[in-house]
Design a binder for this molecule. Structure first.
Ligand code: CA
Length: 340
């Protein structure tokens, strides 16, 4: 049996049909309140003739909303007559998590983006990962997985690629990132080289597909600026792939490219308490600069714990909630880089 045939999920759209189809991927889930019911994961397929396929995904983490809004808008606005090829839109990939507004699924605590390549006979989240990896990704030429900081983090909105070892594919991904036209973009270290990357982007890399991701903002909200960036970026990815005509390219911004490297780019809470950041998102910081304090208001006479940045860089991401536990990620930095 092929890997795709092992998936238990049943899409009620025909991926080879022409025109726009809307429907659900059925994930049968027998529980006390619904013996024979299914979880309806929404999907839209827009196809016109032969051409490349773009797979656009959001709601991989359910508390990241910018991509869900952008893909809902795209599902309504994109007309089959405008395109050449196919666009597959999966706006609430981890549907139970997205409906609950949570990073992870309330059904099995599954973090979809740590579950790839999934398991066709596993938990709900494992079954979704398997379906995306073995049914959707093989159909795609390019995969966009739209993330943001979720409930606990806020990013300066940006697009990203993972560094891949294949030089030709890296060059194509750099071209896609430039076409995306976001004011900020970064290249992450990429997979661990063993093919065991458990993210959706890792699945795209395993299949040899082009992949672009985002970190659009976060704090469990949608901002007009982030939405403008992602809607323009998705359209320009479709133009870059030849799915939309060149005349539909939207003028992007000059992109500042950052590198996100090893552990010294990240700052973690040294103690549990209330987090006071002393820098803002988008600040430039230097090594040894005070990053923030952890306060202990339950023992108000106790000294706050101060902590510093381990290197210089641009403050790309910060933690949002005040209450913090030791080990929580509080900041991560990026440093300027030139993309080749
Ligand atoms: Ca995320």
């Amino acid at each position: 049996m092929s890997d795709a045939a092992r998936s238990r999920l049943i899409p009620d759209v025909d991926f080879d049909a022409e025109g726009k189809q809307t429907g659900f991927v059925r994930l049968f889930h027998s529980v006390h309140s619904s013996a024979y019911g299914f979880i309806p994961i929404p999907i839209v397929v827009i196809k016109n003739g032969a051409g490349p396929t773009a797979l656009f995904v959001s709601g991989n983490h359910g508390d990241e909303y910018e991509g869900q809004v952008a893909l809902s808008n795209l599902a309504k606005s994109l007309d089959p007559s405008q395109i050449k090829g196919r666009v597959i839109i999966l706006p609430m990939a981890n549907f139970p998590a997205a409906m609950a507004g949570r990073r992870t699924s309330p059904l099995d605590e599954g973090n979809l983006n740590r579950t790839f390549p999934g398991n066709p006979d596993g938990t709900v989240t494992q079954q979704i990962a398997f379906f995306i990896e073995h049914v959707l990704i093989p159909m795609a030429d390019v995969v966009c997985d739209l993330h943001s900081g979720g409930s606990s983090l806020m990013y300066v909105p940006c697009a990203l690629i993972k560094r891949v070892s294949d030089a030709a594919r890296h060059a194509q991904q750099v071209a896609l990132l430039q076409a995306f036209g976001s004011p900020l973009a970064y290249v992450s270290g990429g997979g661990n080289g063993t093919g065991t990357d458990s993210t959706l982007m890792g699945g795209a890399e395993r299949a040899g597909k082009l992949a672009v991701g985002t970190e659009l903002g976060g704090s469990g909200q949608v901002t007009p600026a982030a939405l403008r960036i992602v809607e323009r970026g998705l359209r320009n990815v479709l133009v870059q792939m030849g799915i939309l005509p060149r005349k539909m390219r939207l003028k992007g911004e000059d992109t500042r490219f950052l590198n996100v490297g090893g552990p010294d780019y990240f700052v973690y809470a040294p103690d549990s308490g209330v987090f006071e950041p002393v820098v803002e998102l988008g600040d430039e910081v230097r090594k040894g600069q005070l990053a923030g304090r952890i306060h202990f208001p339950e023992t108000p006479w106790a000294a706050a714990v101060e902590f510093q940045f381990g290197r210089e860089g641009f403050v790309l991401c910060k933690r949002v909630p005040g209450r913090t536990s030791r080990g929580d990620c509080l900041f991560h930095l990026g440093t300027d880089t030139v993309l080749e």
